[in-house]
Design a protein around this ligand. Structure first.
Ligand SMILES: Nc1ncnc2c1ncn2[C@@H]1O[C@H](COP(=O)(O)OP(=O)(O)OP(=O)(O)O)[C@@H](O)[C@H]1O
Length: 970
């Protein structure tokens, strides 16, 4: 230990947070040290004191207590005190600083400062820092960011859509997969990717109020995205402060109604800026040129100010083809400017579709097809080249060239880039639907009220007057009969209660058209039959509805039956049940599909039983037969159903609006419907939008799923997180079944560990486990806990230096090496996605005492395994003894790191060029044939390219960690 002298500056090895100490008294072997920054004083025995002398080297910048700094050029010692000579950092004038005048608050947290002042970290901390930097780099350069961490099964069509749309700049797309194929999940994956890659940070989800909690839960549980629900009450809280409520959160879920019914809220929402607006159940956005609905106008305004827009609907044509066009118009006003032209364009896609069909077929392409393909895009060298081998005998060559051409066709296809639609037929793997019709007698009471109804609406009955005949309880009540409620006369009530009682092991979802029917039925079941059922209708508050749904979902103690009204059940997930009762039938085949879609969705593991009670000789029998025999809408999805209905509507509604029905009346409609369906199917097959299908399903879904599975199987995340838990003092407890309980302890290195709750939590690194257990968090590279750990480690000084022993007899004892970890980074804003091109990039150097860099020959992992830890005191002694040499080597390292940075920067610039310039030129040439590519996309790309190159050019390199390694033979 050096001799002590009054005024010297030391730092405590065990209490470095005390700051710089000053020797204030020396009495024999006893030393008193004052730490002015914290006002603490400590007594030490001179030869065992855990203290390290603070010494600066040439080139260091040292702050004085008088608020100026010196750049050290020379060091002298007088009366045991260092005097630093050099230049004033601000004025450049000659200056000197005696160590007693060094700033007490000086932070010695740089790697070399800590190494030379005895603040030496453990070897495993150093290793953790290295691993964290490496994994963060790997993560940021992986193009599965935001996809691998979703707590979802890996379903190829969803992954394809999510990657395709999620990696665009400001995606504007219509997600219109058939009911229950996972549009919410696709939207979540897109949002997740956009947020994690920095493309988006402000997201607004608009939806029917009934779905707000379902979305809230899905976003949190599956994507760790914490949205806030906004209602009138929440907005009103900001009335006094005058703040715009929509600017108080980044991720907001809000019923569309809140905005469409309040001018003030709509204005506020439009005054906030949005990266992404999402509209669920977008078929409600009704539009006509003369009279756009309030909902449509509201979304139109938001669509104009938001960068990205996702519209979700399973039934895009539900309110007519014009409204479908109008929704596309929200996505891109320039492209979809006029309905007539849109219809014309649609027809012209047929030629491209025919070519696509030929390409996916087995046979050789005809000469005519080849010349058509050639002339479609005369300047496209890629197509030209691929066409040479399109009929090759070599199967692989043939397939590859066809894939290239198809990809080009999809790119140039009209709605291909804005519209995604998968059907059950194209996705497959769905359960069977069993149709169980039940014929019941029509009670006298109903017959008489039906007669009354028909008489009342004889002149030009409206659609709803006809629909009323399918809900005879409503007609009966409309006539009066307070003395005898309908459920006492309706045979469906008895039939259903018997059925439910006889089949206690199954859950039943009952759907009826009207809320009043649902309510009465529940009461009848409870009072008459002792059956507990939950109700679910639009008149209930959201909390009541969610409570009812949760009660029904509870497999152990929940109710067996849930009775829903039509509107109440829209978009809901009930696939844990497989018994559906259609208490009545809707006129619109799309509504029927929405009803069945509650159960027939992803996640349904069983076949579905659809029970259909109808009254013989009534409109309900005719309707059942038409739906079942005419368009087969129960056993299968029938996308053309609405079309058929519309074609037959006039006659069919007349036929239904009768007192008595026999097969003869409805039979011609059934025959005709079958013929229309056959014809439509044929037409659809011919004009089938094969490009839309191919684009929606994609060919990369399986490969993305495989790549994610590979990441799932790689155990390096588990090893890394265990290492973080160990170093930071987080308690881990194996819980079996791939689960782990992690809890904070009193000895944590940092008081707040990312995402860790005070009471601890159960986590799993296994996707399947997380999918089956709601209480378990799925920890992946995307998870905020892992991301938080990367940040926490990078921000802190943990592990930024170490001293190790290399027990190697082949090298002379005392030989030493200096390992230096640098990080090259740029301070570009997140939205430019610098991580894609130049994420914080670790550079490792391993210098021998002559300054040779051995890093390429001696890889980190193998070398690290050979090293042994050394106790803190010896470590500090070694660092002090070799300080001058190590300091010089750091200077050498700086030069090498700078050179390597140049290379890294050049490569990053090249990546920007290759990736963005290629993307840009592809879009530019496509724009000439496919107007759905927006100018704004091109401008954004160009800007991104220029700005990125600029920022990357300004990248810097920083020493992140240093390790001194000394050879020992002991
Ligand atoms: N990849 C997946 N992994 C696990 N569950 C999924 C996945 N995709 C969808 N699901 C589940 O399947 C159900 C249907 O998905 P979702 O609600 O996204 O469908 P949708 O197309 O939006 O339905 P709707 O047309 O009724 O609105 C939901 O319960 C959802 O959680």
């Amino acid at each position: 230990m050096t001799d002590f002298a009054l005024g010297q500056r030391w730092i405590s090895d065990s209490e470095s947070d005390l700051g710089l100490g000053t020797v204030v008294a020396i009495q024999g072997r006893r030393i008193s040290m004052l730490f002015p920054a914290t006002g603490e004083q400590r007594e030490y025995v001179s030869d065992t004191a855990p203290l390290t002398r603070v010494t600066f080297n040439k080139g260091d910048k040292v702050d004085s207590a008088d608020e100026w700094s010196i750049i050290v050029e020379d060091i002298e010692e007088a009366d045991g005190l260092y005097i630093y000579f050099g230049k004033n950092a601000d004025t450049g004038e000659d200056a000197s600083l005696i160590e007693t005048r060094i700033n007490h608050h000086l932070k010695l947290n740089k790697p070399q400062d800590r190494l030379f002042t005895g603040q030496i970290d453990r070897n495993d901390w150093y290793d953790l820092r290295y691993q964290s930097r490496k994994f963060q780099f790997n993560y940021q350069t992986n193009d599965l960011v935001g996809l691998n961490g979703a707590r979802t099964s890996l379903i190829p069509h969803q992954l394809h859509i999510a990657k395709e749309a999620g990696q665009r700049f400001a995606p504007r797309v219509l997600l219109s997969d058939e009911v229950g194929l996972g549009k919410t999940i696709e939207a979540g994956m897109i949002i997740h990717q956009q947020i994690l890659t920095g493309r988006a940070s402000r997201v607004l989800i608009l939806l029917p109020e009934t779905l707000q909690y379902q979305w809230l839960v899905e976003m949190l549980r599956r994507f760790n995205l914490s949205f806030s629900i906004f209602d009138e009450e929440r907005c009103a809280e900001y009335a006094e402060s005058g703040e715009n409520p929509f600017e108080t959160e980044q991720l907001i879920i809000c019923p569309l109604k809140l905005l469409s019914e309040s001018e003030q809220r709509q204005k506020q929402a439009c005054a906030a800026s949005w990266d992404l607006v999402v509209v669920d159940e977008a078929h409600h956005l009704k539009w006509s040129p003369e009279q756009p609905s309030a909902e449509y106008s509201c979304v139109e305004q938001l669509a104009a100010i938001s960068k990205g827009l996702l519209l979700l609907t399973a039934t895009p044509d539900q309110l007519g083809h014009e409204s479908h066009f109008a929704r596309l118009r929200l996505l891109d006003k320039e492209r979809f400017y006029d309905y007539e032209s849109f219809v014309k364009d649609e027809a012209s896609f047929k030629q491209t579709a025919d070519l696509a069909k030929a390409l996916i077929g087995e046979g050789n392409l005809a000469a005519d097809d080849i010349s058509q393909l050639n002339s479609l895009d005369a300047n496209n060298g890629e197509i030209e080249q691929a066409l040479l081998t399109v009929n090759s005998q070599d199967a692989e060559e043939r397939l590859t060239s066809r894939k290239v051409i198809l990809a080009n066709l999809i790119d140039r296809h009209g709605t291909g880039r804005v519209l995604f639609r998968n059907t059950r037929a194209s996705v497959q793997g769905f359960p069977q639907r069993h149709v169980n019709p039940v014929e019941l007698d029509y009670p006298e009471e109903y017959l008489s009220s039906t007669r009354w109804w028909l008489n009342r609406h004889q002149d030009q009955p409206k659609v709803q007057d006809v629909a009323a005949l399918l809900t005879p309880e409503f007609v009966y009540e409309a006539e009066g009969h307070e003395d005898q409620p309908w459920w006492l006369v309706d045979p469906r009530v008895d039939w259903l209660s018997e059925k439910i009682k006889a089949d206690k092991s199954n859950k039943y979802l009952v759907i009826c058209a009207k809320a009043s029917t649902a309510l009465t039925l529940e009461k009848a079941f409870r009072t008459l039959q002792g059956i507990n059922s939950a109700v679910f209708h639009e008149g209930m508050s959201i909390i009541e509805r969610d409570r009812a749904a949760a009660w029904f979902a509870d497999m152990e103690e929940g109710c067996q039956v849930l009775i829903c009204s039509e509107i109440g059940s829209e978009g809901r997930n009930f696939q844990f049940a497989n018994q559906l009762v259609l208490f009545d039938l809707p006129l619109n085949p799309d509504l029927l599909e929405q009803r069945i879609g509650r159960l027939d969705r992803i996640g349904q593991r069983n076949d579905i039983d659809i029970h259909i009670p109808y009254f013989s000789g009534t409109a309900s029998e005719s309707m059942f037969k038409w739906l079942h025999q005419g368009i087969n809408a129960f056993a299968d999805t029938c996308p053309a159903g609405v079309n058929v209905f519309e074609q037959q509507a006039d006659g069919l509604l007349d036929a239904l609006f009768q007192l008595e029905h026999d097969d003869a009346v409805v039979a011609p409609f059934i025959d005709q419907a079958q013929a229309i369906i056959t014809d439509l199917n044929k037409q659809m097959e011919q004009g089938r939008d094969i490009l839309l299908e191919l684009n929606s399903k994609g060919t990369d879904g399986e490969a993305i799923a495989d790549a994610i599975l590979e990441m799932d199987d790689d155990t390096s995340l588990i090893a890394f997180m265990f290492q973080v838990f160990d170093v930071y003092g987080v308690q881990q407890e194996e819980k079996g079944n791939q689960c782990l309980v992690v809890k904070p302890t009193e000895h944590m290195l940092e008081p707040h560990f990312p995402e860790l709750t005070d009471e601890g939590m159960t986590i799993s690194f296994d996707r399947e486990t997380a999918l089956t257990r709601d209480d378990v968090r799925f920890v992946s590279w995307d998870h905020p806990m892992v991301q938080g750990c990367f940040d926490m480690i990078a921000r802190s000084e943990v592990g930024n230096n170490a001293v190790s022993i290399l027990p190697n007899k082949a090298l002379p004892e005392g030989t030493f090496f200096v390992e230096l970890m640098y990080v090259v980074e740029t301070a570009a804003p997140k939205h430019l996605q610098p991580g894609r091109f130049l994420p914080p990039t670790p550079v490792r150097l391993l210098l021998d005492k002559s300054g040779n860099n051995l890093a390429a020959k001696v890889a980190y992992e193998g070398f690290n395994k050979q090293l042994k830890p050394v106790n803190k005191q010896t470590a500090s002694q070694l660092a002090t003894a070799l300080q001058t040499a190590v300091h010089q080597l750091i200077g050498v390292g700086e030069g090498i790191a700078q050179q390597q940075m140049q290379q890294i920067v050049e490569q990053a610039q090249e990546r920007v060029e290759v990736k963005l310039a290629a993307e840009l030129s592809r879009l530019q040439s496509l724009q000439q044939v496919n107007p759905s590519i927006r100018d704004v996309e091109l401008t954004a790309l160009e800007q991104q390219r220029a700005e990125l190159k600029d920022y990357i050019g300004q990248a810097g390199v920083q020493l992140d960690a240093v390790r001194l390694i000394v050879v020992s033979h002991q």
